[in-house]
Structure formats: structure tokens, C-alpha cells
Ligand binder design. Sequence first.
Ligand code: PMP
Length: 426
Amino acid sequence: MTTNAELMQRRRAAVSNGVAQGFEIFVDRAENSEIWDTEGKRYIDFAGGIAVLNTGHLHPHVIGAVKAQLDRYTHTCFQVLAYEPYVELAEKLNALMPGPGPKKTVFLSTGAEALENAVKIARAATGRPAIIAFASGYHGRTNLTLALTGKVAPYKVGFGPFAGDIHHALFPNELHGVTIDDAIDSVELLFKTTVEPSRVAAILLEPIQGEGGFVPAPAEFVRRLKEIADRHGILIIADEVQSGAGRTGTWYASEQWPVAPDILTTAKSLAGGFPLSAVTGRAELLDAAVVGGLGGTYAGSPIACAAALAVLEVFEKENLLQRAKDIGARLTERFKGLSQQHPEIVDVRGPGAMVAFELAEAGNPGAPDAALTKRIVSEAQSRGLILLSCGTYANVIRILVPLTASDELIEEGLDIIADSLVAATA
Ligand code: PMP
């Protein structure tokens, strides 16, 4: 048996310090919502590889589709020799995107690449350079997506200069004193102080900020942003890398918006653990890119496309959109109950199964408690549960349990959270 400690030692010597590691655990195997480490210890997985495993680890239908694909061909590069799974998946995602009119899709491999390409497409379609993004938004680790990201540490530290003509407005967050009016005013202020609206190609937002703390964009905010966008010929891009692929009870979270986005990005749970991302949007926008302007050697790998088609089938067969709503209701009820005993829980929120709770000192939302959040994650780990935190102030616990997890397993995880709260606040 190789111990976690031995592997950590080798990792420290061989791997860049720039790559963080949430837990000093090395995985041996995983199944659905459980993981076993190299020492044979079992963990319940409420992290899902950061929102990648809505269909769980090694879903038999997904793995079956991948194995079948492995026996036929693994790579041709879609720009050289095309293949049906890419086209079929594009057809399916186009049909799922909200809003009227024909849609088109391009596939990439990572979420950041999807954002890079969404911006390229918006610029090509409008002939405009500037993008408005939001404080506390997260869009990736490439140079352009770091420019789009609205959080400094740790993502941007020491890595600039960043791509230009990206401007940040405030994202509404009532708990932290930013109203919808404040956020809308901050967009209008950018037009007065920083960039004229006729130079703005797109406004980019997450329907629910993921890394930023599971903070939903209120419907009223989206409606008013769309009014501003329409007034100035600006596109709306929804970054659904974390909120998409069924997490919130609809395939896209933006299906719950009062207005449809023009372009949206997906990745993570789209292909159930295989690297795949997509930019889907109004056909005339996707077609504005010059021929040869989009793509990539591995972009839309046949293995990942086969996996994603299987993920869509699993959602259908196992009714996972409804399951997301049911899991969300269960989590919300439990956390609301816990907040009665623990005033440190100052908010429980999120649509569908994209649920989180926020922690602050003495129940004062203005005093975020990152230290307590850390202690809860660590207490949970010692009790066999993998939990993730997030948030601008690192004081939010987010739940990304697979939608395929049984009620019993979810209850087991929730019991551990309850125990961990008691231990961490003692
Ligand atoms: N956008 C959002 C909303 C995300 O949550 C993430 C990843 N956490 C990304 C983009 C970047 O995706 P990737 O890590 O696959 O590049």
C-alpha cells in the first residue's frame, strides 16, 4: 500500500507549488458518489471534482459509451475528419438552449477555452472590442479569462498584465450590501467613466456565481441588464460552466431567466468527467467567426462527445432534472434547520441542487468567517466527507454532490456536516 503521506512527499518534489490541493488525499478508485483513497479509507464526495460529476463517478452508461467509442476511433481532429457524435451533440445542445431562432455550437475542451471563444465570437459578431464582466465572477485561468475573472487572490497574483478592454461592474449581493440598483448603476457608471457603450461587444455573467460563492443573479437584474444591452446593441453571454448541465433543475440555469442569453458556455458536468466544453448561441453569431477561426486539435474529442451524449441520456432516463430539484429541497431544508442551531450560518441559497450556506461571525454577514469555514471542511474530511468552500471571502460551503447519489448517502453526508458544524463551533 502506498500511503497518502508518501505520495504527498513525491508530489511536493515533482509538481509545481502553483497547483493547490484541497486535501492530502490520493484517490485509488471511485464509484458514483464515493471515493476510496490509496489507504482504503472511504469518502462521500460532495465536491464532484468541482461540479463535473452531476452523473457521478463512472456512471455505467457513460463509461459504456466511452468504451464503445474507444473501440472505433479516439481522435481525428474534427477540422480534418469530422465525426457524427460531435454533430449530434451540437444538435442536442442547440435544441436545449433557451430563446427563439436557430442555434449553433462549437466544442472545446475546457471551460476557460469556451469563455475565450465566446469572447472571440462576440467580438467578431459585433465588430466591437470591449467586454463587461462582474466583480467576484470566475471564468478561468488563461490570460483572457483571468482578465474576465473578478477575483485577485490567488488567481491573478503575479500573472499580469492581462488582456485589455475588460471592465468590471458590481454583481448584486444583498447580503453584502450590493443591491440590484447599485449593480445596474455600476454598469451605467462604466459607460460614463470607462468605456462608451457602442464599443462594448458583450456583458458576461454567471447565472449563479460559482467560485464567487453560489450567488444567483436575480431575475430583475438580468431583465434590466438585457434592457441596457438591447438599448446599445450589446450581447449577453451566460457563463454556465458551473451552473449548466442540469445542476439547477433545468439543463441551463438561464432557462430560468426572464430573457434568453445570446451566447452561453458549458463544460464540467457536460461530459460526466471527460474534458469537453461548448459555446452555444444564436446561429448568426456563431457563424460570424471567420472559417478556420475556431477549433483546436483536441476540441470536441470524439470520446468526450460520446460521453456527453450518454450524459444527456442518463439525465432523461433517470429524470435527473427533477432529482436536482428534490436534492436541492432536501439540502435547503436541512441547512435552514441547522441555521436555527448555528447563528454562524447567515444564508442558505441556490436554485436546484446548486446549494450553499454562508458563514459569518456572530451571525453578522459583514464579518465573513473563513476560518470557521476551513474548520468545517477539515472536520468533514476527518469524518469521511469531501466538501468544497468558495466565495469572495472564502466563507461559503457549496454542495456539488452527484445527482445520482442515493437519499441515504446524501443523508449520511448531511449528518457529517451537522457533526462537523458542532465540532468546528465548539
Ligand atoms: N467559468 C466558470 C463559471 C467556472 O466555474 C469555471 C471553473 N471553475 C470556469 C469558467 C473555468 O473552467 P475550466 O477550469 O474548465 O477552465
